[in-house]
Design a protein around this ligand. Structure first.
Ligand SMILES: NC(=O)c1ccc[n+]([C@@H]2O[C@H](COP(=O)([O-])OP(=O)(O)OC[C@H]3O[C@@H](n4cnc5c(N)ncnc54)[C@H](OP(=O)(O)O)[C@@H]3O)[C@@H](O)[C@H]2O)c1
Length: 409
């Protein structure tokens, strides 16, 4: 039986797919595409950060079932046969898909609430038929709403009387609630990452929103921030490791986990000191009183500024509340249970920013490998049970499927 993974073409989802496959878990993916061939090409674009073409095709052939569909469509936009096959061949769900479009209430409502509801109904169907092994829901610390100078733990994060920052936080908070109300305690896990940025093992990334916002900030001689405020950032490799490990564990100590830097989160001063030393730039002056004029300037530049600064300014305009609330999320639960803490952002920030700037904030995607096509039909296992059996026999014989990386640490 497989794990149905949503959001596998996204930034964090690609890490989760690679992590599950590395553990030998058969995976079914729901990908927005016209058909299977297009879905596979989209997967290659997203997964090439982690996999060689050979490993990619081997996984497609042996361990991955691709469903071209959409969370917001009736029956996920699948044919009746595919819908049935999806329900019959999965016994676990890892729900990572979401709309992170903080400016579109409609997109957030449709994907984050209606999409999660549809998946929770599928999970109940599976539960009623033969038992649900696991439903892992990727949430966010944004469910904690507006905060200031706090350390927030898992149990006190959701407070229904508190204002939310935006439609994203509000809809993710309700999605978490919905999963809690509809699914059995024993199989349910909720993960709340803080700001996920970069990888502590290497400089490359495929997600540039926060990197671009940070790069813009790091280029300014004056920062409208308090130097001793902390910001909670974690690397994607650690977040995915935590989710995959706990998702596959039969028993866990808790149901809800903050995946965050927590009390170890760095101050802005620590980040800018490291960056200015590594990148040879001057140290910025901190003038917190400039926050108001700065936000006004970011909103104007985001709309009317010259192209090179427009995107950075627009992103800062959206993310600014998250940068100034000086709130971190206690992560002692997950660190104790995993035995691994996240690498500190200043340790890997300089290579990430340097590489991203040199790439002009675009990942140098490799095209679909020449001459390669869909995995040959005859060797394709007929059902996901076959996939599971194939994974059992081949797992371990092939060692690591990940691209080998030179560690920065
Ligand atoms: N990035 C962060 O800093 C951060 C922090 C905390 C929590 N999170 C959570 O982590 C998860 C992943 O975030 P991310 O940064 O990886 O986002 P992302 O790169 O934007 O990926 C979002 C994924 O969701 C899929 N999706 C969106 N709408 C869909 C629909 N209607 N049907 C099916 N799939 C749909 C996207 O598919 P397409 O490729 O087709 O668009 C994509 O695969 C989200 O749940 C988010 O709330 C992220």
């Amino acid at each position: 039986m497989a794990t149905l993974l949503t959001g596998s073409t996204g930034y964090l989802g690609s890490y989760l797919a690679a992590g599950l496959l590395r553990e030998g878990e058969p995976v079914a993916v729901l990908v927005r595409a016209r058909d299977r061939a297009e879905a596979e090409r989209r997967l290659w674009r997203a997964w090439q950060l982690h996999l060689t073409p050979e490993d990619f095709f081997e996984h497609l052939r042996l361990r991955v079932e691709v469903f071209a569909g959409d969370l917001t469509e009736p029956d996920f936009g699948l044919s009746p046969d595919d819908r049935l096959r999806l329900a019959r061949t999965t016994d676990a769900i890892l729900h990572c898909a979401a709309s992170l479009n903080r400016r579109s209430e409609r997109a957030c409502l449709n994907v984050n609430i209606r999409g999660t509801l549809a998946l929770a109904k599928l999970a109940r169907e599976i539960q009623d038929e033969r038992g649900l092994r696991r439903f892992s829901h990727v949430s966010t610390v944004s469910v904690a709403g507006e905060r200031s100078h706090e350390v927030v733990d898992e149990d006190s994060a959701v407070d229904w009387q508190r204002r939310d920052y935006d439609a994203y936080g509000r809809t993710k908070k309700f999605a978490e609630h919905l999963v809690g109300e509809l699914l059995p305690d024993v199989s349910r896990l909720v993960f709340r990452p803080s700001i996920v940025m970069g990888d502590s093992r290497f400089a490359e990334t495929t997600q540039f929103d926060m990197v671009r916002a940070f790069s813009f900030l790091a280029s300014l001689p004056v920062l409208p921030l308090r130097p001793l405020d902390r910001i909670d950032i974690v690397p994607a490799n650690w977040v995915a490791d935590a989710i995959v490990t706990l998702h596959l564990r039969e028993r866990t100590d808790h149901r809800v986990y903050h995946l965050s830097a927590g009390r170890e989160a760095p101050t802005y001063r620590a980040i800018t000191d490291t960056l200015s030393e590594a990148l040879g730039t001057g140290r910025p002056a901190y003038v917190p009183g400039l926050e108001g004029p700065f936000r006004f300037a970011a909103s104007v530049l985001g709309r009317l500024g010259p192209k090179p600064v427009r995107l950075g300014a627009r992103l800062l305009d959206v993310f600014f509340p998250y940068l100034t609330y000086d709130t971190v999320f206690d992560s002692s639960r997950v660190v104790t249970e995993l035995g691994r803490a996240p690498a500190s952002f200043p340790k890997y920030a300089a290579p990430l920013l340097d590489w991203s700037r040199r790439q002009n904030f675009r990942y140098p995607h490799r095209e679909w490998p020449e001459g390669a096509d869909r995995p040959p039909a005859p060797s394709r296992p007929a059902t996901l049970e076959d996939v599971a059996a194939a994974a059992k026999t081949t797992n371990g014989s092939n060692g690591s499927h990940s691209r080998s990386r030179a560690a920065h640490e």
